[in-house]
Ligand binder design. Structure first.
Ligand code: NAP
Length: 263
Protein backbone atom coordinates (compact mmCIF):
# COMPACT_ATOMS: atom_id res chain seq x y z
CA UNK A 1 0.00 0.00 0.00
CA UNK A 2 1.29 3.46 -0.85
CA UNK A 3 2.28 5.62 2.08
CA UNK A 4 -0.14 8.47 2.35
CA UNK A 5 1.13 11.96 2.85
CA UNK A 6 0.42 13.55 6.24
CA UNK A 7 -3.18 13.04 7.03
CA UNK A 8 -5.03 16.02 8.52
CA UNK A 9 -7.23 14.79 11.36
CA UNK A 10 -10.14 16.56 13.00
CA UNK A 11 -10.57 15.28 16.51
CA UNK A 12 -13.62 16.16 18.54
CA UNK A 13 -12.60 16.02 22.17
CA UNK A 14 -15.08 18.04 24.23
CA UNK A 15 -14.98 21.61 23.01
CA UNK A 16 -11.62 21.17 21.39
CA UNK A 17 -11.18 20.56 17.69
CA UNK A 18 -7.63 20.00 16.61
CA UNK A 19 -6.21 19.89 13.13
CA UNK A 20 -2.94 18.06 12.90
CA UNK A 21 -0.70 16.57 10.29
CA UNK A 22 -0.20 13.00 11.43
CA UNK A 23 1.85 10.05 10.28
CA UNK A 24 0.32 7.04 8.56
CA UNK A 25 0.10 4.32 11.23
CA UNK A 26 0.05 0.58 10.55
CA UNK A 27 -0.35 -1.94 13.36
CA UNK A 28 1.24 -5.34 12.77
CA UNK A 29 0.49 -8.30 15.01
CA UNK A 30 0.16 -12.07 15.03
CA UNK A 31 -2.90 -13.63 16.68
CA UNK A 32 -4.19 -17.05 17.55
CA UNK A 33 -7.53 -18.15 16.14
CA UNK A 34 -9.13 -17.14 19.47
CA UNK A 35 -7.76 -13.61 19.03
CA UNK A 36 -4.89 -13.76 21.54
CA UNK A 37 -1.51 -12.12 21.11
CA UNK A 38 0.36 -13.93 23.89
CA UNK A 39 -0.05 -16.41 26.73
CA UNK A 40 0.55 -13.70 29.34
CA UNK A 41 1.66 -10.08 29.71
CA UNK A 42 5.39 -10.71 30.03
CA UNK A 43 5.57 -13.68 27.68
CA UNK A 44 6.90 -13.34 24.16
CA UNK A 45 4.57 -14.61 21.46
CA UNK A 46 6.58 -17.24 19.62
CA UNK A 47 3.72 -19.04 17.88
CA UNK A 48 4.09 -17.63 14.39
CA UNK A 49 6.21 -19.06 11.59
CA UNK A 50 9.39 -17.92 9.84
CA UNK A 51 7.13 -16.64 7.04
CA UNK A 52 5.48 -14.35 9.58
CA UNK A 53 8.85 -13.07 10.79
CA UNK A 54 9.75 -12.27 7.18
CA UNK A 55 6.39 -10.51 6.78
CA UNK A 56 7.07 -8.53 9.96
CA UNK A 57 10.54 -7.59 8.71
CA UNK A 58 8.99 -6.41 5.42
CA UNK A 59 6.44 -4.29 7.25
CA UNK A 60 9.06 -2.81 9.57
CA UNK A 61 11.22 -2.04 6.54
CA UNK A 62 8.46 0.23 5.18
CA UNK A 63 8.49 2.41 8.28
CA UNK A 64 10.32 5.54 9.37
CA UNK A 65 9.75 4.53 13.00
CA UNK A 66 8.18 1.64 14.86
CA UNK A 67 6.61 1.98 18.32
CA UNK A 68 5.95 -0.68 20.93
CA UNK A 69 4.80 -0.71 24.54
CA UNK A 70 7.18 -1.38 27.42
CA UNK A 71 5.56 -4.75 28.21
CA UNK A 72 6.29 -5.90 24.68
CA UNK A 73 9.94 -5.04 25.18
CA UNK A 74 9.86 -6.69 28.63
CA UNK A 75 8.51 -9.85 26.97
CA UNK A 76 10.91 -10.01 24.00
CA UNK A 77 13.88 -7.92 25.17
CA UNK A 78 14.69 -7.43 21.46
CA UNK A 79 13.23 -5.78 18.38
CA UNK A 80 13.22 -6.56 14.65
CA UNK A 81 16.34 -5.67 12.67
CA UNK A 82 15.91 -5.29 8.90
CA UNK A 83 18.54 -7.63 7.41
CA UNK A 84 17.14 -8.68 4.03
CA UNK A 85 19.42 -7.06 1.39
CA UNK A 86 16.50 -6.26 -0.94
CA UNK A 87 14.65 -4.45 1.84
CA UNK A 88 17.79 -2.52 2.80
CA UNK A 89 18.27 -1.55 -0.85
CA UNK A 90 14.66 -0.36 -1.09
CA UNK A 91 15.15 1.75 2.04
CA UNK A 92 18.24 3.30 0.53
CA UNK A 93 16.31 4.09 -2.67
CA UNK A 94 13.62 5.78 -0.59
CA UNK A 95 16.40 7.71 1.17
CA UNK A 96 15.53 6.15 4.49
CA UNK A 97 18.28 5.19 6.96
CA UNK A 98 18.98 1.42 7.07
CA UNK A 99 16.78 0.91 10.13
CA UNK A 100 13.67 2.74 11.30
CA UNK A 101 13.78 4.36 14.72
CA UNK A 102 12.65 1.81 17.34
CA UNK A 103 10.65 3.65 19.95
CA UNK A 104 9.57 2.10 23.23
CA UNK A 105 6.79 3.73 25.25
CA UNK A 106 7.50 3.40 28.97
CA UNK A 107 5.88 5.87 31.32
CA UNK A 108 7.67 4.28 34.29
CA UNK A 109 11.09 4.17 32.61
CA UNK A 110 11.52 0.77 34.26
CA UNK A 111 13.55 -0.91 31.53
CA UNK A 112 16.70 -2.96 31.90
CA UNK A 113 19.92 -1.89 30.16
CA UNK A 114 21.20 -5.46 29.82
CA UNK A 115 18.40 -6.42 27.40
CA UNK A 116 19.66 -7.45 23.98
CA UNK A 117 17.58 -4.65 22.44
CA UNK A 118 20.24 -2.21 23.63
CA UNK A 119 23.01 -3.94 21.72
CA UNK A 120 21.05 -4.49 18.50
CA UNK A 121 22.20 -2.38 15.54
CA UNK A 122 19.17 -0.09 15.74
CA UNK A 123 18.50 3.56 16.47
CA UNK A 124 16.41 3.65 19.67
CA UNK A 125 13.92 6.14 21.08
CA UNK A 126 12.13 6.38 24.42
CA UNK A 127 8.71 7.92 25.09
CA UNK A 128 8.51 8.66 28.80
CA UNK A 129 7.68 11.27 31.42
CA UNK A 130 10.27 13.39 33.22
CA UNK A 131 10.00 11.05 36.20
CA UNK A 132 10.32 8.01 33.93
CA UNK A 133 13.40 9.54 32.38
CA UNK A 134 14.96 9.92 35.84
CA UNK A 135 14.17 6.26 36.61
CA UNK A 136 15.75 5.19 33.33
CA UNK A 137 18.81 7.38 33.86
CA UNK A 138 19.39 5.82 37.29
CA UNK A 139 19.37 2.38 35.67
CA UNK A 140 21.59 3.58 32.86
CA UNK A 141 24.10 4.98 35.37
CA UNK A 142 24.11 1.69 37.31
CA UNK A 143 24.65 -0.20 34.05
CA UNK A 144 27.56 2.13 33.23
CA UNK A 145 29.14 1.25 36.58
CA UNK A 146 28.62 -2.43 35.80
CA UNK A 147 30.21 -1.98 32.37
CA UNK A 148 26.97 -2.73 30.54
CA UNK A 149 27.16 0.36 28.30
CA UNK A 150 25.96 -0.81 24.90
CA UNK A 151 26.97 0.39 21.45
CA UNK A 152 28.91 3.49 20.57
CA UNK A 153 25.91 5.76 20.57
CA UNK A 154 24.44 4.74 23.91
CA UNK A 155 21.17 3.16 24.86
CA UNK A 156 18.69 5.66 23.41
CA UNK A 157 19.42 8.26 20.77
CA UNK A 158 16.03 10.03 20.89
CA UNK A 159 13.87 10.98 23.86
CA UNK A 160 10.23 12.07 23.70
CA UNK A 161 9.35 13.51 27.09
CA UNK A 162 5.60 13.63 27.67
CA UNK A 163 3.08 14.44 30.39
CA UNK A 164 0.90 11.69 31.77
CA UNK A 165 -1.77 10.90 30.62
CA UNK A 166 -0.11 10.88 27.30
CA UNK A 167 -1.40 13.09 24.48
CA UNK A 168 -0.89 10.72 21.56
CA UNK A 169 -2.24 13.18 19.01
CA UNK A 170 0.37 15.76 19.99
CA UNK A 171 3.04 13.10 20.05
CA UNK A 172 2.11 11.73 16.64
CA UNK A 173 2.08 15.28 15.27
CA UNK A 174 5.58 15.68 16.72
CA UNK A 175 6.71 12.47 14.99
CA UNK A 176 5.30 13.79 11.73
CA UNK A 177 7.09 17.12 12.12
CA UNK A 178 10.35 15.26 12.74
CA UNK A 179 9.96 13.40 9.45
CA UNK A 180 8.55 10.09 10.79
CA UNK A 181 5.72 9.88 8.26
CA UNK A 182 5.08 6.15 8.25
CA UNK A 183 4.90 4.48 11.67
CA UNK A 184 4.52 0.81 12.56
CA UNK A 185 2.87 -0.19 15.82
CA UNK A 186 4.22 -3.54 16.95
CA UNK A 187 2.00 -4.03 20.02
CA UNK A 188 1.03 -4.86 22.61
CA UNK A 189 -2.67 -4.65 23.35
CA UNK A 190 -2.28 -1.65 25.63
CA UNK A 191 -0.48 0.55 23.13
CA UNK A 192 -2.61 -0.61 20.21
CA UNK A 193 -5.87 0.11 22.11
CA UNK A 194 -4.67 3.57 23.19
CA UNK A 195 -4.01 4.53 19.58
CA UNK A 196 -7.09 2.80 18.17
CA UNK A 197 -9.47 4.68 20.45
CA UNK A 198 -8.06 7.99 19.23
CA UNK A 199 -8.48 7.07 15.59
CA UNK A 200 -4.73 7.05 15.14
CA UNK A 201 -4.42 3.62 13.52
CA UNK A 202 -4.90 3.65 9.75
CA UNK A 203 -4.50 0.01 8.95
CA UNK A 204 -3.80 -3.33 10.50
CA UNK A 205 -1.87 -6.38 9.36
CA UNK A 206 -2.89 -9.50 11.26
CA UNK A 207 -1.29 -12.87 10.93
CA UNK A 208 -3.80 -15.50 11.98
CA UNK A 209 -1.87 -18.47 13.29
CA UNK A 210 -3.24 -22.00 13.52
CA UNK A 211 -3.74 -22.39 17.27
CA UNK A 212 -6.32 -21.77 19.97
CA UNK A 213 -4.59 -20.28 22.99
CA UNK A 214 -7.43 -21.04 25.38
CA UNK A 215 -5.66 -19.86 28.56
CA UNK A 216 -7.33 -17.39 30.91
CA UNK A 217 -4.00 -15.57 31.26
CA UNK A 218 -3.83 -15.03 27.50
CA UNK A 219 -3.93 -11.45 26.24
CA UNK A 220 -6.45 -10.33 23.61
CA UNK A 221 -5.43 -8.03 20.79
CA UNK A 222 -7.27 -5.12 22.44
CA UNK A 223 -7.52 -4.13 26.11
CA UNK A 224 -11.29 -3.90 26.80
CA UNK A 225 -10.71 -1.66 29.86
CA UNK A 226 -8.99 0.94 27.67
CA UNK A 227 -11.85 0.90 25.19
CA UNK A 228 -14.56 1.12 27.87
CA UNK A 229 -15.58 4.69 26.98
CA UNK A 230 -15.19 4.15 23.26
CA UNK A 231 -18.08 3.42 20.88
CA UNK A 232 -17.60 -0.19 19.86
CA UNK A 233 -17.25 -2.10 17.64
CA UNK A 234 -14.48 -0.63 15.57
CA UNK A 235 -15.25 -1.60 12.01
CA UNK A 236 -12.54 -2.74 9.63
CA UNK A 237 -12.38 -2.91 5.87
CA UNK A 238 -10.73 -5.85 4.21
CA UNK A 239 -7.88 -4.77 1.93
CA UNK A 240 -5.97 -7.96 1.19
CA UNK A 241 -5.68 -11.61 2.25
CA UNK A 242 -2.79 -13.98 1.63
CA UNK A 243 -2.35 -17.56 2.72
CA UNK A 244 1.21 -18.73 3.29
CA UNK A 245 1.60 -22.25 4.63
CA UNK A 246 -0.87 -22.57 7.49
CA UNK A 247 -1.07 -18.88 8.28
CA UNK A 248 -3.45 -16.24 6.96
CA UNK A 249 -2.10 -12.73 6.45
CA UNK A 250 -4.97 -10.28 6.59
CA UNK A 251 -4.70 -6.60 5.84
CA UNK A 252 -7.51 -4.36 7.12
CA UNK A 253 -8.12 -0.65 6.86
CA UNK A 254 -9.55 0.86 10.06
CA UNK A 255 -12.83 2.70 9.48
CA UNK A 256 -12.65 6.03 11.22
CA UNK A 257 -16.33 6.85 10.91
CA UNK A 258 -19.55 5.07 11.68
CA UNK A 259 -18.59 4.10 15.21
CA UNK A 260 -21.14 6.48 16.71
CA UNK A 261 -18.64 9.32 16.91
CA UNK A 262 -16.80 11.12 14.22
CA UNK A 263 -13.15 10.71 14.93
N1 NAP B 1 1.44 -11.47 18.93
C1 NAP B 1 2.01 -10.34 18.64
O1 NAP B 1 2.16 -9.96 17.47
C2 NAP B 1 2.52 -9.45 19.74
C3 NAP B 1 3.10 -8.23 19.42
C4 NAP B 1 3.54 -7.42 20.45
C5 NAP B 1 3.35 -7.81 21.77
N2 NAP B 1 2.77 -8.98 22.04
C6 NAP B 1 2.56 -9.41 23.43
O2 NAP B 1 1.86 -8.36 24.09
C7 NAP B 1 2.17 -8.43 25.47
C8 NAP B 1 2.39 -7.02 25.98
O3 NAP B 1 1.24 -6.25 25.72
P1 NAP B 1 0.58 -5.28 26.81
O4 NAP B 1 -0.74 -4.86 26.30
O5 NAP B 1 0.66 -5.92 28.15
O6 NAP B 1 1.57 -4.08 26.89
P2 NAP B 1 2.26 -3.05 25.88
O7 NAP B 1 1.24 -2.27 25.15
O8 NAP B 1 3.33 -3.73 25.13
O9 NAP B 1 3.01 -2.14 26.97
C9 NAP B 1 2.27 -1.49 27.98
C10 NAP B 1 3.21 -0.56 28.68
O10 NAP B 1 3.71 0.39 27.75
C11 NAP B 1 3.56 1.71 28.25
N3 NAP B 1 2.38 2.25 27.57
C12 NAP B 1 1.86 1.79 26.41
N4 NAP B 1 0.82 2.54 26.03
C13 NAP B 1 0.65 3.48 26.96
C14 NAP B 1 -0.27 4.53 27.13
N5 NAP B 1 -1.21 4.81 26.26
N6 NAP B 1 -0.18 5.29 28.23
C15 NAP B 1 0.79 5.03 29.11
N7 NAP B 1 1.70 4.04 29.01
C16 NAP B 1 1.64 3.27 27.93
C17 NAP B 1 3.42 1.50 29.75
O11 NAP B 1 4.77 1.29 30.18
P3 NAP B 1 5.32 1.36 31.69
O12 NAP B 1 4.73 0.17 32.36
O13 NAP B 1 6.80 1.27 31.58
O14 NAP B 1 4.87 2.66 32.24
C18 NAP B 1 2.57 0.26 29.79
O15 NAP B 1 2.61 -0.45 31.01
C19 NAP B 1 3.37 -9.34 25.62
O16 NAP B 1 2.95 -10.54 26.17
C20 NAP B 1 3.85 -9.58 24.19
O17 NAP B 1 4.37 -10.85 24.00
C21 NAP B 1 2.36 -9.83 21.05
Amino acid sequence: MAVEEGRPLSLKRGEKVREKKLPYVTAIMAISVDGKISEGVYQAARFSSKADLRHLERQVAQCDAVIFGANTLRAYQTSIVVREPELLREREERQQPPQPLHVVCSISGQLLPHWRFFSQPLPRGLITTFEGLQNWQRREAEAGVLGEGRGKSGFFQEFFIVDYPLDWVELMAKFYSLGYRKIGVLGGANLFSSLLKLGLVDDLWLTICPLLMGKTSALGIVSPSLLADFPLPVSLKLVEVKVVGEEIFVHYGVNKKGNGEEI
